[in-house]
Write a protein that binds this ligand. Structure first.
Ligand code: BG6
Length: 485
Protein backbone atom coordinates (compact mmCIF):
# COMPACT_ATOMS: atom_id res chain seq x y z
CA UNK A 1 0.00 0.00 0.00
CA UNK A 2 1.35 3.42 -0.87
CA UNK A 3 0.99 6.31 1.54
CA UNK A 4 -1.56 8.92 0.67
CA UNK A 5 -2.28 12.10 2.61
CA UNK A 6 -6.05 12.23 2.70
CA UNK A 7 -7.95 15.34 1.71
CA UNK A 8 -10.44 16.67 4.28
CA UNK A 9 -14.15 16.48 3.59
CA UNK A 10 -15.48 19.92 2.63
CA UNK A 11 -17.20 21.89 5.42
CA UNK A 12 -20.57 21.75 3.67
CA UNK A 13 -20.36 18.00 2.97
CA UNK A 14 -23.82 16.49 3.39
CA UNK A 15 -23.46 13.75 6.01
CA UNK A 16 -26.80 12.04 5.92
CA UNK A 17 -28.92 8.95 6.20
CA UNK A 18 -31.66 7.60 3.98
CA UNK A 19 -35.01 5.82 3.88
CA UNK A 20 -37.93 5.11 1.54
CA UNK A 21 -41.64 5.73 2.07
CA UNK A 22 -42.95 2.17 1.91
CA UNK A 23 -40.19 0.89 4.17
CA UNK A 24 -40.85 3.31 7.04
CA UNK A 25 -44.13 5.22 6.88
CA UNK A 26 -46.89 2.72 7.59
CA UNK A 27 -50.33 4.41 7.63
CA UNK A 28 -50.86 2.61 4.35
CA UNK A 29 -54.48 3.67 3.95
CA UNK A 30 -54.69 6.80 6.07
CA UNK A 31 -55.59 10.36 5.19
CA UNK A 32 -56.70 9.57 1.67
CA UNK A 33 -53.67 7.56 0.55
CA UNK A 34 -54.40 5.19 -2.34
CA UNK A 35 -52.86 1.72 -2.58
CA UNK A 36 -49.50 1.35 -4.32
CA UNK A 37 -48.26 -1.74 -6.12
CA UNK A 38 -46.32 -2.66 -2.98
CA UNK A 39 -49.47 -2.57 -0.83
CA UNK A 40 -50.95 -5.12 -3.19
CA UNK A 41 -47.90 -7.26 -3.93
CA UNK A 42 -46.86 -7.73 -0.29
CA UNK A 43 -50.24 -9.34 0.40
CA UNK A 44 -49.73 -12.09 -2.19
CA UNK A 45 -48.91 -15.23 -0.17
CA UNK A 46 -45.28 -16.31 -0.46
CA UNK A 47 -43.97 -13.12 -2.01
CA UNK A 48 -42.31 -11.52 1.03
CA UNK A 49 -40.59 -13.03 4.05
CA UNK A 50 -43.30 -14.48 6.31
CA UNK A 51 -45.82 -12.19 4.66
CA UNK A 52 -44.25 -9.04 6.15
CA UNK A 53 -45.47 -5.77 4.70
CA UNK A 54 -45.37 -2.01 5.18
CA UNK A 55 -48.91 -1.50 6.55
CA UNK A 56 -47.43 -0.20 9.79
CA UNK A 57 -43.72 -0.41 8.95
CA UNK A 58 -41.96 1.63 11.66
CA UNK A 59 -44.84 4.08 11.88
CA UNK A 60 -42.79 7.05 10.75
CA UNK A 61 -45.98 8.68 9.46
CA UNK A 62 -47.10 9.23 13.05
CA UNK A 63 -43.66 9.52 14.62
CA UNK A 64 -41.82 11.72 12.15
CA UNK A 65 -41.26 14.43 14.77
CA UNK A 66 -39.55 12.02 17.11
CA UNK A 67 -37.47 10.68 14.21
CA UNK A 68 -36.38 14.15 13.09
CA UNK A 69 -35.47 15.05 16.67
CA UNK A 70 -33.25 11.98 16.78
CA UNK A 71 -31.67 12.99 13.47
CA UNK A 72 -30.86 16.34 14.96
CA UNK A 73 -29.40 14.71 18.08
CA UNK A 74 -27.16 12.71 15.78
CA UNK A 75 -26.12 15.91 13.99
CA UNK A 76 -27.32 14.80 10.54
CA UNK A 77 -26.72 17.41 7.86
CA UNK A 78 -29.06 15.75 5.35
CA UNK A 79 -31.89 13.27 5.26
CA UNK A 80 -32.93 11.42 2.13
CA UNK A 81 -36.51 10.13 2.01
CA UNK A 82 -39.01 9.32 -0.70
CA UNK A 83 -42.49 10.63 -1.35
CA UNK A 84 -45.24 8.05 -1.80
CA UNK A 85 -46.88 9.07 -5.08
CA UNK A 86 -50.12 7.41 -3.93
CA UNK A 87 -50.35 9.81 -0.96
CA UNK A 88 -50.16 12.81 -3.28
CA UNK A 89 -52.37 11.52 -6.09
CA UNK A 90 -54.18 8.43 -4.77
CA UNK A 91 -55.25 7.13 -8.17
CA UNK A 92 -52.04 8.20 -9.89
CA UNK A 93 -53.21 10.94 -12.23
CA UNK A 94 -56.47 12.29 -10.84
CA UNK A 95 -57.29 14.46 -7.83
CA UNK A 96 -54.53 15.80 -5.63
CA UNK A 97 -54.78 14.79 -1.98
CA UNK A 98 -54.02 17.81 0.17
CA UNK A 99 -53.53 15.67 3.28
CA UNK A 100 -50.78 13.76 1.54
CA UNK A 101 -49.03 17.00 0.62
CA UNK A 102 -49.46 18.22 4.19
CA UNK A 103 -47.56 15.26 5.62
CA UNK A 104 -44.47 15.93 3.50
CA UNK A 105 -44.82 19.68 4.00
CA UNK A 106 -44.66 19.13 7.76
CA UNK A 107 -41.76 16.73 7.47
CA UNK A 108 -39.76 19.12 5.29
CA UNK A 109 -40.44 22.05 7.62
CA UNK A 110 -39.43 19.97 10.61
CA UNK A 111 -36.15 19.02 8.93
CA UNK A 112 -35.41 22.61 8.01
CA UNK A 113 -36.18 23.73 11.57
CA UNK A 114 -33.33 21.48 12.67
CA UNK A 115 -31.06 22.59 9.79
CA UNK A 116 -31.22 19.22 8.09
CA UNK A 117 -31.12 19.37 4.28
CA UNK A 118 -34.01 17.36 2.79
CA UNK A 119 -33.10 15.18 -0.20
CA UNK A 120 -36.29 13.96 -1.83
CA UNK A 121 -36.65 10.84 -3.95
CA UNK A 122 -39.60 11.01 -6.32
CA UNK A 123 -39.90 7.31 -6.96
CA UNK A 124 -38.72 4.54 -4.67
CA UNK A 125 -40.63 1.68 -6.35
CA UNK A 126 -44.22 2.38 -5.25
CA UNK A 127 -46.31 3.41 -8.24
CA UNK A 128 -50.04 3.82 -7.47
CA UNK A 129 -51.86 0.54 -8.06
CA UNK A 130 -54.49 2.41 -10.10
CA UNK A 131 -51.88 3.26 -12.74
CA UNK A 132 -50.77 -0.35 -12.88
CA UNK A 133 -54.39 -1.35 -13.43
CA UNK A 134 -55.28 1.41 -15.90
CA UNK A 135 -52.16 1.62 -18.04
CA UNK A 136 -50.00 -1.38 -17.12
CA UNK A 137 -47.78 1.03 -15.22
CA UNK A 138 -44.32 1.58 -16.68
CA UNK A 139 -45.18 -0.40 -19.78
CA UNK A 140 -47.26 2.48 -21.09
CA UNK A 141 -46.25 5.91 -22.31
CA UNK A 142 -49.38 7.24 -20.59
CA UNK A 143 -47.58 6.64 -17.34
CA UNK A 144 -45.03 9.29 -18.30
CA UNK A 145 -47.75 11.93 -18.33
CA UNK A 146 -49.04 10.74 -14.97
CA UNK A 147 -45.52 10.91 -13.53
CA UNK A 148 -45.09 14.42 -14.90
CA UNK A 149 -48.28 15.54 -13.22
CA UNK A 150 -47.10 14.10 -9.90
CA UNK A 151 -43.67 15.72 -10.31
CA UNK A 152 -45.19 19.05 -11.17
CA UNK A 153 -47.33 18.88 -8.03
CA UNK A 154 -44.45 18.18 -5.68
CA UNK A 155 -41.97 20.53 -7.39
CA UNK A 156 -44.56 23.28 -7.01
CA UNK A 157 -45.26 22.41 -3.38
CA UNK A 158 -41.71 21.87 -2.14
CA UNK A 159 -39.33 23.31 -4.74
CA UNK A 160 -38.94 26.47 -2.66
CA UNK A 161 -37.42 24.49 0.23
CA UNK A 162 -35.99 21.31 -1.24
CA UNK A 163 -32.82 21.81 -3.26
CA UNK A 164 -31.81 18.17 -3.93
CA UNK A 165 -34.11 15.76 -5.73
CA UNK A 166 -33.64 12.19 -6.86
CA UNK A 167 -35.78 11.03 -9.78
CA UNK A 168 -35.72 7.21 -9.71
CA UNK A 169 -34.18 4.95 -7.10
CA UNK A 170 -32.25 2.03 -8.59
CA UNK A 171 -34.01 1.69 -11.90
CA UNK A 172 -31.76 -1.30 -12.61
CA UNK A 173 -33.04 -3.10 -9.53
CA UNK A 174 -36.76 -2.41 -9.70
CA UNK A 175 -37.00 -3.27 -13.41
CA UNK A 176 -35.05 -6.53 -12.99
CA UNK A 177 -36.89 -7.59 -9.85
CA UNK A 178 -40.29 -6.50 -11.14
CA UNK A 179 -40.16 -7.65 -14.78
CA UNK A 180 -37.44 -10.30 -15.00
CA UNK A 181 -37.61 -12.21 -11.74
CA UNK A 182 -41.23 -11.50 -10.67
CA UNK A 183 -39.90 -11.02 -7.17
CA UNK A 184 -41.13 -7.43 -6.89
CA UNK A 185 -44.31 -5.93 -8.30
CA UNK A 186 -45.69 -5.94 -10.92
CA UNK A 187 -44.76 -9.62 -10.63
CA UNK A 188 -43.83 -10.21 -14.25
CA UNK A 189 -41.23 -12.47 -15.78
CA UNK A 190 -40.69 -11.36 -19.36
CA UNK A 191 -37.43 -9.78 -20.52
CA UNK A 192 -38.86 -8.10 -23.60
CA UNK A 193 -41.43 -6.35 -21.43
CA UNK A 194 -38.68 -5.51 -18.95
CA UNK A 195 -36.63 -3.70 -21.59
CA UNK A 196 -39.72 -1.92 -22.88
CA UNK A 197 -40.72 -0.75 -19.40
CA UNK A 198 -37.16 0.30 -18.66
CA UNK A 199 -37.16 2.54 -21.73
CA UNK A 200 -40.40 4.18 -20.61
CA UNK A 201 -38.81 4.87 -17.22
CA UNK A 202 -35.84 6.46 -19.00
CA UNK A 203 -38.23 8.77 -20.81
CA UNK A 204 -40.03 9.62 -17.56
CA UNK A 205 -36.68 10.35 -15.94
CA UNK A 206 -35.76 12.72 -18.78
CA UNK A 207 -39.14 14.47 -18.66
CA UNK A 208 -38.89 14.94 -14.89
CA UNK A 209 -35.40 16.44 -15.16
CA UNK A 210 -36.43 18.87 -17.88
CA UNK A 211 -39.56 19.88 -16.00
CA UNK A 212 -37.56 20.39 -12.82
CA UNK A 213 -35.04 22.63 -14.56
CA UNK A 214 -37.91 24.83 -15.77
CA UNK A 215 -39.72 24.92 -12.44
CA UNK A 216 -36.87 24.90 -9.90
CA UNK A 217 -33.88 26.44 -11.66
CA UNK A 218 -31.89 26.85 -8.45
CA UNK A 219 -32.27 23.15 -7.49
CA UNK A 220 -30.31 20.01 -8.36
CA UNK A 221 -31.72 16.76 -9.65
CA UNK A 222 -30.40 13.35 -10.69
CA UNK A 223 -31.22 9.63 -10.59
CA UNK A 224 -29.86 7.23 -7.93
CA UNK A 225 -28.28 4.21 -9.48
CA UNK A 226 -27.43 0.91 -7.79
CA UNK A 227 -23.86 0.58 -9.05
CA UNK A 228 -21.64 -2.49 -8.80
CA UNK A 229 -18.08 -2.37 -10.15
CA UNK A 230 -17.23 -5.36 -12.34
CA UNK A 231 -14.00 -7.32 -11.93
CA UNK A 232 -12.50 -10.05 -14.13
CA UNK A 233 -11.73 -13.25 -12.20
CA UNK A 234 -8.31 -13.54 -13.91
CA UNK A 235 -6.06 -11.54 -16.22
CA UNK A 236 -7.08 -13.77 -19.13
CA UNK A 237 -8.24 -11.19 -21.71
CA UNK A 238 -11.39 -13.25 -22.21
CA UNK A 239 -12.29 -12.78 -18.55
CA UNK A 240 -11.47 -9.07 -18.83
CA UNK A 241 -13.79 -8.88 -21.80
CA UNK A 242 -16.50 -10.70 -19.83
CA UNK A 243 -16.19 -8.12 -17.03
CA UNK A 244 -16.44 -5.33 -19.62
CA UNK A 245 -19.55 -6.94 -21.04
CA UNK A 246 -21.07 -7.17 -17.57
CA UNK A 247 -20.22 -3.51 -17.02
CA UNK A 248 -22.13 -2.60 -20.17
CA UNK A 249 -25.16 -4.74 -19.28
CA UNK A 250 -25.27 -3.98 -15.56
CA UNK A 251 -24.14 -0.35 -15.37
CA UNK A 252 -23.64 1.50 -18.65
CA UNK A 253 -27.01 0.44 -19.99
CA UNK A 254 -28.48 2.97 -17.53
CA UNK A 255 -25.68 5.40 -16.81
CA UNK A 256 -24.96 6.16 -20.49
CA UNK A 257 -28.62 7.00 -21.01
CA UNK A 258 -28.79 9.22 -17.92
CA UNK A 259 -25.57 11.09 -18.61
CA UNK A 260 -25.08 10.95 -22.39
CA UNK A 261 -28.61 10.35 -23.63
CA UNK A 262 -27.62 7.24 -25.62
CA UNK A 263 -27.79 3.48 -25.11
CA UNK A 264 -24.48 1.58 -25.30
CA UNK A 265 -24.19 0.02 -28.78
CA UNK A 266 -23.00 -3.39 -27.60
CA UNK A 267 -26.07 -4.07 -25.47
CA UNK A 268 -28.52 -2.54 -27.93
CA UNK A 269 -27.19 -4.60 -30.84
CA UNK A 270 -27.31 -7.75 -28.80
CA UNK A 271 -30.88 -7.11 -27.69
CA UNK A 272 -31.91 -6.39 -31.29
CA UNK A 273 -30.42 -9.72 -32.40
CA UNK A 274 -32.51 -11.47 -29.76
CA UNK A 275 -35.64 -9.51 -30.64
CA UNK A 276 -36.00 -8.02 -27.15
CA UNK A 277 -34.74 -4.47 -27.71
CA UNK A 278 -36.98 -1.57 -26.69
CA UNK A 279 -38.59 0.56 -29.36
CA UNK A 280 -36.82 3.91 -29.45
CA UNK A 281 -38.25 6.65 -31.64
CA UNK A 282 -36.46 9.71 -33.00
CA UNK A 283 -38.38 11.88 -30.53
CA UNK A 284 -37.30 9.59 -27.71
CA UNK A 285 -33.68 10.03 -28.74
CA UNK A 286 -34.06 13.79 -28.73
CA UNK A 287 -35.71 13.77 -25.33
CA UNK A 288 -33.02 11.55 -23.79
CA UNK A 289 -30.29 13.81 -25.19
CA UNK A 290 -31.98 16.94 -23.89
CA UNK A 291 -32.13 15.98 -20.20
CA UNK A 292 -28.97 16.48 -18.18
CA UNK A 293 -28.81 15.46 -14.51
CA UNK A 294 -27.02 17.88 -12.17
CA UNK A 295 -25.50 15.07 -10.14
CA UNK A 296 -25.49 11.30 -10.03
CA UNK A 297 -26.81 9.48 -7.00
CA UNK A 298 -24.86 6.29 -6.32
CA UNK A 299 -26.13 3.50 -4.09
CA UNK A 300 -23.25 1.23 -3.26
CA UNK A 301 -23.45 -2.19 -1.64
CA UNK A 302 -21.19 -4.51 -3.67
CA UNK A 303 -19.86 -5.30 -7.12
CA UNK A 304 -19.54 -8.48 -9.15
CA UNK A 305 -16.77 -10.73 -10.45
CA UNK A 306 -16.95 -12.24 -13.91
CA UNK A 307 -15.39 -14.89 -16.07
CA UNK A 308 -15.78 -15.72 -19.73
CA UNK A 309 -18.65 -17.95 -20.53
CA UNK A 310 -17.46 -21.46 -21.24
CA UNK A 311 -20.19 -22.20 -23.73
CA UNK A 312 -21.41 -20.35 -26.77
CA UNK A 313 -25.15 -20.65 -26.35
CA UNK A 314 -27.13 -19.94 -23.23
CA UNK A 315 -29.39 -22.92 -23.71
CA UNK A 316 -27.11 -25.84 -22.89
CA UNK A 317 -25.97 -27.04 -19.47
CA UNK A 318 -27.53 -26.88 -16.05
CA UNK A 319 -24.22 -25.75 -14.51
CA UNK A 320 -24.52 -22.73 -16.70
CA UNK A 321 -28.03 -22.06 -15.43
CA UNK A 322 -26.75 -21.98 -11.90
CA UNK A 323 -24.20 -19.35 -12.76
CA UNK A 324 -26.75 -17.22 -14.53
CA UNK A 325 -28.85 -16.96 -11.41
CA UNK A 326 -26.07 -15.01 -9.74
CA UNK A 327 -26.30 -12.18 -12.24
CA UNK A 328 -29.19 -10.77 -10.31
CA UNK A 329 -27.99 -8.00 -8.02
CA UNK A 330 -29.95 -9.36 -5.09
CA UNK A 331 -28.89 -12.96 -5.50
CA UNK A 332 -32.36 -14.29 -6.02
CA UNK A 333 -32.60 -17.90 -7.09
CA UNK A 334 -35.22 -17.88 -9.81
CA UNK A 335 -36.66 -21.05 -11.24
CA UNK A 336 -36.04 -20.78 -14.94
CA UNK A 337 -32.99 -18.60 -15.28
CA UNK A 338 -32.28 -19.28 -18.94
CA UNK A 339 -35.57 -17.93 -20.11
CA UNK A 340 -35.08 -14.92 -17.89
CA UNK A 341 -31.54 -14.02 -18.97
CA UNK A 342 -31.29 -14.87 -22.67
CA UNK A 343 -29.13 -11.80 -23.32
CA UNK A 344 -26.56 -12.44 -20.63
CA UNK A 345 -24.49 -15.15 -22.29
CA UNK A 346 -21.54 -12.79 -22.60
CA UNK A 347 -20.45 -13.09 -18.99
CA UNK A 348 -20.62 -15.42 -16.08
CA UNK A 349 -20.98 -14.15 -12.51
CA UNK A 350 -18.65 -15.95 -10.05
CA UNK A 351 -17.61 -15.61 -6.43
CA UNK A 352 -14.75 -13.32 -5.54
CA UNK A 353 -12.29 -15.33 -3.41
CA UNK A 354 -10.89 -12.18 -1.76
CA UNK A 355 -14.09 -10.90 -0.19
CA UNK A 356 -16.05 -11.73 2.94
CA UNK A 357 -19.82 -11.65 2.99
CA UNK A 358 -22.59 -10.22 5.15
CA UNK A 359 -25.05 -12.47 6.98
CA UNK A 360 -27.21 -12.20 3.86
CA UNK A 361 -24.44 -13.25 1.47
CA UNK A 362 -23.62 -9.81 0.06
CA UNK A 363 -19.92 -9.28 -0.59
CA UNK A 364 -18.25 -6.68 1.60
CA UNK A 365 -15.94 -4.63 -0.59
CA UNK A 366 -14.95 -1.21 0.68
CA UNK A 367 -12.20 -0.77 -1.94
CA UNK A 368 -14.87 -1.41 -4.56
CA UNK A 369 -16.52 1.75 -3.27
CA UNK A 370 -13.47 3.83 -4.17
CA UNK A 371 -13.29 2.07 -7.54
CA UNK A 372 -16.98 2.84 -8.09
CA UNK A 373 -16.66 6.52 -7.34
CA UNK A 374 -13.56 6.92 -9.50
CA UNK A 375 -14.94 5.00 -12.46
CA UNK A 376 -18.26 6.81 -12.46
CA UNK A 377 -16.73 10.24 -11.97
CA UNK A 378 -13.99 9.78 -14.56
CA UNK A 379 -16.50 8.57 -17.12
CA UNK A 380 -19.35 11.02 -16.62
CA UNK A 381 -17.74 14.02 -14.88
CA UNK A 382 -20.80 14.75 -12.76
CA UNK A 383 -20.75 15.47 -9.03
CA UNK A 384 -21.71 12.38 -7.06
CA UNK A 385 -24.04 12.10 -4.12
CA UNK A 386 -23.76 8.77 -2.32
CA UNK A 387 -27.44 8.13 -1.72
CA UNK A 388 -27.12 4.70 -0.04
CA UNK A 389 -24.47 2.53 1.58
CA UNK A 390 -24.84 0.35 4.65
CA UNK A 391 -24.87 -3.03 6.31
CA UNK A 392 -27.89 -5.26 6.87
CA UNK A 393 -27.41 -7.43 9.98
CA UNK A 394 -29.21 -9.31 12.74
CA UNK A 395 -28.90 -6.76 15.56
CA UNK A 396 -29.50 -7.77 19.14
CA UNK A 397 -31.16 -5.60 21.74
CA UNK A 398 -29.28 -6.27 24.99
CA UNK A 399 -30.94 -6.34 28.41
CA UNK A 400 -29.71 -2.84 29.19
CA UNK A 401 -31.42 -1.46 26.07
CA UNK A 402 -28.18 -1.24 24.11
CA UNK A 403 -27.35 -2.44 20.64
CA UNK A 404 -23.66 -3.03 20.25
CA UNK A 405 -23.34 -2.94 16.44
CA UNK A 406 -19.58 -2.56 16.24
CA UNK A 407 -19.67 -4.56 12.95
CA UNK A 408 -21.76 -1.77 11.40
CA UNK A 409 -19.33 0.86 12.63
CA UNK A 410 -16.46 -1.12 11.09
CA UNK A 411 -18.34 -1.41 7.82
CA UNK A 412 -19.18 2.29 7.65
CA UNK A 413 -15.74 3.35 8.80
CA UNK A 414 -13.93 1.37 6.10
CA UNK A 415 -16.33 2.52 3.40
CA UNK A 416 -16.09 6.15 4.42
CA UNK A 417 -12.29 5.90 4.42
CA UNK A 418 -12.38 4.60 0.86
CA UNK A 419 -14.74 7.42 -0.04
CA UNK A 420 -12.22 9.85 1.43
CA UNK A 421 -9.53 8.24 -0.71
CA UNK A 422 -11.74 8.77 -3.76
CA UNK A 423 -12.20 12.40 -2.74
CA UNK A 424 -8.42 12.69 -2.48
CA UNK A 425 -8.14 11.10 -5.92
CA UNK A 426 -10.20 13.99 -7.24
CA UNK A 427 -13.81 12.77 -7.25
CA UNK A 428 -16.34 15.57 -6.78
CA UNK A 429 -18.56 14.41 -3.89
CA UNK A 430 -21.59 16.23 -2.52
CA UNK A 431 -22.58 13.99 0.35
CA UNK A 432 -23.01 10.55 1.83
CA UNK A 433 -26.33 9.09 2.97
CA UNK A 434 -25.93 5.90 4.95
CA UNK A 435 -28.70 3.35 4.58
CA UNK A 436 -30.61 3.72 6.83
CA UNK A 437 -31.58 6.13 9.60
CA UNK A 438 -33.97 3.91 11.58
CA UNK A 439 -34.43 0.20 11.12
CA UNK A 440 -37.02 -0.41 8.45
CA UNK A 441 -38.72 -3.00 6.29
CA UNK A 442 -36.35 -4.86 4.01
CA UNK A 443 -38.52 -5.46 0.94
CA UNK A 444 -38.12 -9.22 0.84
CA UNK A 445 -36.41 -9.93 4.17
CA UNK A 446 -38.87 -8.49 6.64
CA UNK A 447 -37.79 -6.60 9.76
CA UNK A 448 -35.00 -8.82 10.97
CA UNK A 449 -32.50 -7.51 8.41
CA UNK A 450 -31.63 -4.26 10.12
CA UNK A 451 -29.68 -1.35 8.67
CA UNK A 452 -30.47 1.56 10.98
CA UNK A 453 -28.52 3.76 13.36
CA UNK A 454 -31.68 3.65 15.44
CA UNK A 455 -33.13 0.33 16.55
CA UNK A 456 -36.89 0.07 16.25
CA UNK A 457 -38.55 -2.32 18.64
CA UNK A 458 -40.63 -4.38 16.27
CA UNK A 459 -40.19 -7.71 14.56
CA UNK A 460 -41.63 -9.85 11.78
CA UNK A 461 -44.58 -10.89 13.92
CA UNK A 462 -45.85 -7.43 14.69
CA UNK A 463 -45.14 -3.83 15.58
CA UNK A 464 -44.62 -4.35 19.38
CA UNK A 465 -44.18 -0.89 20.86
CA UNK A 466 -42.04 0.61 18.07
CA UNK A 467 -39.75 2.33 20.58
CA UNK A 468 -36.69 4.02 19.07
CA UNK A 469 -33.35 3.06 20.63
CA UNK A 470 -30.10 4.62 19.33
CA UNK A 471 -27.48 1.95 18.60
CA UNK A 472 -23.75 2.23 19.25
CA UNK A 473 -23.34 3.26 15.59
CA UNK A 474 -25.63 6.25 16.25
CA UNK A 475 -23.13 7.72 18.70
CA UNK A 476 -20.20 6.81 16.50
CA UNK A 477 -21.73 8.64 13.47
CA UNK A 478 -22.66 11.59 15.67
CA UNK A 479 -19.03 12.02 16.80
CA UNK A 480 -17.78 11.44 13.29
CA UNK A 481 -20.02 14.14 11.82
CA UNK A 482 -19.06 16.56 14.58
CA UNK A 483 -15.38 16.21 13.75
CA UNK A 484 -16.06 15.92 10.02
CA UNK A 485 -13.44 13.19 9.97
C1 BG6 B 1 -31.41 -0.71 -2.00
C2 BG6 B 1 -32.77 -0.10 -1.93
O1 BG6 B 1 -31.33 -1.41 -3.15
O2 BG6 B 1 -31.05 -1.65 -1.04
C3 BG6 B 1 -33.34 -0.05 -0.51
O3 BG6 B 1 -32.76 1.16 -2.50
C4 BG6 B 1 -33.09 -1.38 0.16
O4 BG6 B 1 -34.69 0.30 -0.58
C5 BG6 B 1 -31.59 -1.58 0.27
O5 BG6 B 1 -33.70 -1.53 1.40
C6 BG6 B 1 -31.19 -2.83 1.00
O6 BG6 B 1 -31.81 -3.93 0.43
P1 BG6 B 1 -32.40 -5.09 1.32
O7 BG6 B 1 -32.92 -6.07 0.34
O8 BG6 B 1 -31.27 -5.62 2.10
O9 BG6 B 1 -33.44 -4.45 2.15
Amino acid sequence: MYYQKLKKFPKNFLWGAASAAYQIEGAFDEDGKGPSIWDTFSKIPGKTFNGTNGDIAVDHYHRYKEDVRLMSEMGLKAYRFSIAWSRIIPDGDGEINSEGLKFYDNLINELIRYHIEPIVTLYHWDIPQALQDKYNGWESRKNIQAFKKYCQTVFKAFGDRVKYWVTFNEQNVFTAMGYRWASHPPNISDVKRMYAANHIVNLANAEAINLFHQMVPQGKIGPSFGYGPTYPITADPNDVLAADNADDFNNNWWLDVYCRGTYPALVMNHLKDLGIAPEVTLDDKKLLKSAKPDFLGINYYHGGTFQQNQIEHPDKTSQHEKDFSKTDPYLMQPKDTQAQTPEMAMFNNVENPYLHKTQWGWEIDSVGFRITLRRVYEKYQLPIMVTENGLGAHDKLEGNNEVNDQYRIDYLQTHITEMQRALTDGVDLLGYCAWSFTDLLSWLNGYKKRYGFVYVDRDDNGPKNLTRIPKKSFYWYRDFIQKNS
